[in-house]
Design a protein around this ligand. Structure first.
Ligand code: HDD
Length: 734
């Protein structure tokens, strides 16, 4: 019997529209929570009496053969055998969360996309952060670019903005991507090294691609070892276009800037964390969200009108170039918040699939040759990673109606009713939308040219921005870059590779090349083929992003104690840390209850000194108490905690007898002048010899020189790291 197509459409739409654009409600249709009434079944629904024993032949005294006939046993093994899917060919290691996006200022002057113009709208999003090179089980804190991919579930369809934490890329043309990734991934003969660029092939590739010079400056900077996904900027990297209601087009770049500021680990810490807590970033994101400290980013756009496309000395379609803020200011118009952890990692974080080609009306592409290639690659890779109907997976399906005549293929879920599956048809079912109905309008771009495998001449300059980046770094950032390059090139055994790279560095800055050469060997460059132009630019150094306000929110603060600790200082600090939404972690010599000096108060430590390490926290606090301090002083690991935290430039607070303990662990110069004579601070080490209520403070306000010990300590923590220690060479005790 013929079924009227429009009815079918209506019913299908009702199913998808039922949740009014809320992605979590949409996903809840698939959620399965075990209930007390549930009993174990096979995948085909038949209840089973045991999951522990395969069906077999047994006799009284003997275990007989297993029977292949057991369908339940077979099903369990079959299912297990096929649990793995191919990991992402790049960005395999990552983690994600749900959240929301809204614009607080309409961008209607440049785009007609409601997601960027409607200030009353909240768009659900899923964000996946990742490293690029490591395999799925690799460590979080390796030196690498971080992926920052956002799926906006808009009412006009999914918009995927698949960016990184670095605003530029290694290559200009997508055709080079396989070479780039082959050279950076583990080498082919032995699959070594894992998750790092510190090897011959990567640096050989970089030398052979001068266009990669600028990006390798960024990857050798602290941007490549973020403290947290929550403390990274994000960039769309490619040049996209926006189309407004008047049909005018402009070029655009997208930026995310975190509320908490841009902060990094120090290299030694990152290396240690890779072994001590390989899931450090993953856990950090989950911890913040579960504690209600939702990470937030401001969303900004940089736009260039069609008329101004050729006004710059670089090509604005070249993905190896950023758009300097001094020339093209960032206009912050929106905010992203992540507020919900995933329910299941595989079905959500692993199965989410992004495509740069997925844009909504009002947002379009440019002729950026990297972007155009990406637009092919992402859908293609999802086919081999997930299969044909990957868009139907709950995490990938849009929250708006989906209706078309795409049909069949493996694992098809949607059941289309009706008698026709083509257009045009006699029922006029599923007609294309008009622009007024929200149909995607292509910009009528006039194109004329010669077909050729070339790049435009403006794509050929590769060093100006590499110099701009290096010159804009603060002194500590520059020295970190020298050390990073020295580390990486030290892992290149081939002298051709490291000596050529040292020569290349001279094209950026002669003294940079000489400093690296002094460490790694090779012939020291005496001159460079081009001199450093000496210019700097706004927005490149991390020191420009301390955070919107000084805060200790979500920072982990370890409290080191042993039996006999001072309960007054301990409780006051614990309360202040918790009130500030920071995380107090009590660390004892072991995980037995620790008793205070008053003999009655006691506390159960969260961890012990061997199980947890200073690398996993942002700051230390050690309360006094003679017996506690004596125990810690005799414990080599406790002393290592203090020295290591000091070496990693972290804030350290100590009261009472612990002041002397800290001073015996780290050599500090003359203690700086105190606020009121009691509280002392030197290079981020804050001490209070005599605990009195007036001088302890409550850290209600985070500012320097305000009131008491907690204020000073929190101020030091809010600075993220005490770079002065490094500048003075005090941090050598790591
Ligand atoms: Fe890519 C994944 C970011 C260039 C091909 N890319 C991927 C992811 C991110 C980026 C964040 C992980 C997405 C996720 O979490 O699932 N990629 C970038 C950026 C680039 C870039 C910022 C430069 C502007 N990528 C790029 C090129 C190509 C690809 C030039 C190929 C021509 N990228 C892929 C891919 C991946 C991918 C093979 C692997 C897994 C996936 O897509 O879903 O298609």
């Amino acid at each position: 019997m013929a079924q009227l197509i429009p009815d079918a459409i209506h019913k299908a739409q009702q199913v998808v529209m039922g949740h009014k654009g809320d992605k979590i409600t949409d996903l809840q249709r698939e959620f399965k929570d075990p209930s007390p009434k549930d009993r174990l079944t096979t995948d085909y629904g038949v209840k089973q009496t045991t999951a522990d024993d395969w069906l077999k032949v047994v006799s009284e005294d003997r275990q007989g053969p297993m029977l292949l006939e057991d369908p339940f046993g077979r099903e369990r093994i079959h299912r297990f055998d096929h649990e793995r899917i191919p990991e992402r060919v790049v960005h395999a290691r990552g983690t994600g969360a749900f959240g929301k996006f809204r614009v607080f200022e309409s961008a209607a002057d440049v785009t007609c996309a409601p997601v960027l113009t409607d200030t009353s709208r909240e768009t659900p999003v899923f964000v996946r952060f990742s490293t690029v090179l490591g395999s799925r089980g690799s460590a979080d804190t390796v030196r690498d670019v971080r992926g920052f991919a956002i799926k906006f579930y808009t009412q006009e369809g999914n918009w995927d903005l698949v960016g990184n934490d670095i605003p530029i890329f290694f290559i200009q043309d997508a055709i080079k991507f396989p070479d780039l990734i082959h050279a950076a991934k583990p080498e082919p003969h032995n699959e070594v090294p894992q998750a790092q660029t510190a090897h011959n092939n990567h640096w050989d590739f970089i030398f052979n691609h001068p266009e990669a010079t600028a990006m390798s400056m960024w990857t050798m900077s602290d941007r490549a070892i973020p403290r947290s996904f929550r403390m990274m900027q994000g960039f769309g990297v490619n040049t996209f276009t926006l189309l407004n209601a008047k049909g005018e087009r402009c070029f655009v770049k997208f930026t995310w800037t975190p509320e908490l500021g841009v902060h990094s680990l120090v290299w030694d810490e990152a290396l240690k964390l890779a072994g001590q807590d390989p899931d450090f970033h993953r856990k950090d994101l989950m911890e913040a969200i579960s504690n209600g400290v939702f990470p937030k980013w401001k969303f900004g756009i940089q736009t260039i009108s069609e008329a101004d496309e050729h006004k710059f000395d670089f090509d604005i379609l070249d993905a190896t170039k950023f758009w300097p803020e001094d020339l093209i200011p960032i206009r912050y118009i929106g905010e992203l918040e992540l507020n919900r952890n995933v329910d299941e990692f595989f079905t959500q974080t692993e199965q989410i699939a992004f495509c740069t080609s997925h844009v909504v009306p009002g947002i379009g592409f440019s002729n950026d040759p990297l972007l155009q290639g990406r637009n092919f690659s992402y859908h293609d890779t999802q086919l081999s990673r997930l299969g044909t109907n990957w868009q139907e997976l709950p995490i990938n399906r849009p929250v708006c109606p989906v209706m078309n005549f795409n049909r069949d293929g493996a694992m098809r879920h949607t059941i289309h009713r009706g008698t026709v599956n083509y257009w045009p048809n006699r029922f006029e079912a599923v007609p294309p939308a008009t622009v007024e109905e929200g149909g995607y309008a292509e910009y009528a771009e006039k194109i004329a040219g010669i077909k050729a495998r070339v790049r435009s001449p403006k794509f050929k300059e590769h060093y100006n921005q590499a110099q701009l980046f290096y010159n804009s770094m603060a002194p500590v950032e520059k020295s970190h870059m020298v050390n990073a390059l020295a580390f990486e090139l030290d892992h290149c055994e081939d002298p051709v590779v490291y000596s050529r790279m040292v020569q290349r560095l001279a094209d950026i800055d002669l003294s940079l090349a000489q400093s690296v050469c002094a460490m790694v060997g090779g012939e020291a460059p005496k001159t460079s083929s081009r001199s450093n132009h000496g210019l700097t630019a706004k927005g490149l150094s991390q020191t420009e992003y301390p955070g919107e306000t000084p805060t200790t929110k979500s920072r982990r603060i370890a409290i080191l104690i042993a039996d006999g600790y001072d309960p007054v200082a301990f409780s006051a600090a614990y309360a202040a840390i918790s009130a500030a939404l920071a995380i107090p972690l009590v660390i004892g010599p072991n995980r037995k209850r620790v008793t205070a000096a008053d003999g009655t108060t006691s506390i159960q430590p969260h961890h012990h000194l061997e199980g947890f390490r200073s690398t996993m926290v942002d700051a230390l606090f050690i309360p006094g108490g003679a017996a506690s301090v004596q125990t810690l002083a005799k414990n080599g690991r406790a002393m290592h905690w203090i020295r290591e935290a000091f070496g990693h430039l972290k804030a350290i607070g100590a009261t009472g007898e612990a002041v002397q303990l800290v001073h015996s662990a780290v050599a500090l110069p003359e203690v700086a002048v105190s606020v009121d004579g009691d509280v002392r601070e030197s290079f981020g080490v804050v001490t209070l010899a005599q605990v009195r209520p007036g001088s302890f403070g409550e850290a209600v306000q985070i500012a320097k020189g305000t009131k008491g010990f907690m204020e000073e300590l929190f101020y030091a923590i809010a600075q993220h790291r005490n770079w002065d220690r490094e500048l003075q060479g005090l941090n050598v005790q790591v």
